[in-house]
Design a protein around this ligand. Sequence first.
Ligand SMILES: CC(C)(COP(=O)(O)OP(=O)(O)OC[C@H]1O[C@@H](n2cnc3c(N)ncnc32)[C@H](O)[C@@H]1OP(=O)(O)O)[C@@H](O)C(=O)NCCC(=O)NCCS
Length: 144
Amino acid sequence: MTTPETPDTSAERRGLPPGKMPELRVMPAPADANVYGDVFGGWIMAQVDIAGSLPATRRANGRVATVAVNSFVFKNPVFIGDLLSFYADIVKVGNTSITVNVEVYAERNRLQASIVKVTEATLTYVATGPDRKPRQVPPLETFQ
Ligand SMILES: CC(C)(COP(=O)(O)OP(=O)(O)OC[C@H]1O[C@@H](n2cnc3c(N)ncnc32)[C@H](O)[C@@H]1OP(=O)(O)O)[C@@H](O)C(=O)NCCC(=O)NCCS
């Protein structure tokens, strides 16, 4: 409920994608910066890989390995102290593979609700067994 003491800080109000929950929210620290003081692209890639692996792991009902980064676009820089939200959606399920689209939004100044889309990527994960070999993605009807 919104009252004068508790302003409406919902995701929609702040300009984040409506009706969706981020898989991951994280704030980069000074140790994640490059030599120019902005956030190192490799750090963002690692977080995107983690965020994408979460729905893939749920769909695979077990471990997955990243087989490919199909596309990765850094649309805007990320700054230390931005609050990043990672949204991940499965876009394709194959025999053993699961492809996930990940979108990253930065809240630059949380008190002024300044939201910027900073990154978009598509990654493919492969469901693997304990032997680390590909295994079939279980059929959807096995999930209750
Ligand atoms: C992931 C791994 C187990 C897949 O084994 P593989 O023998 O290469 O697998 P396959 O050639 O049978 O391909 C498996 C699936 O991945 C897909 N795939 C393989 N290469 C791909 C690529 N470059 N882009 C997109 N999909 C690809 C295949 O199309 C196949 O999908 P499908 O079964 O849904 O049709 C193996 O490549 C591996 O261990 N790679 C290292 C993983 C890793 O260390 N990742 C980084 C840390 S998690």
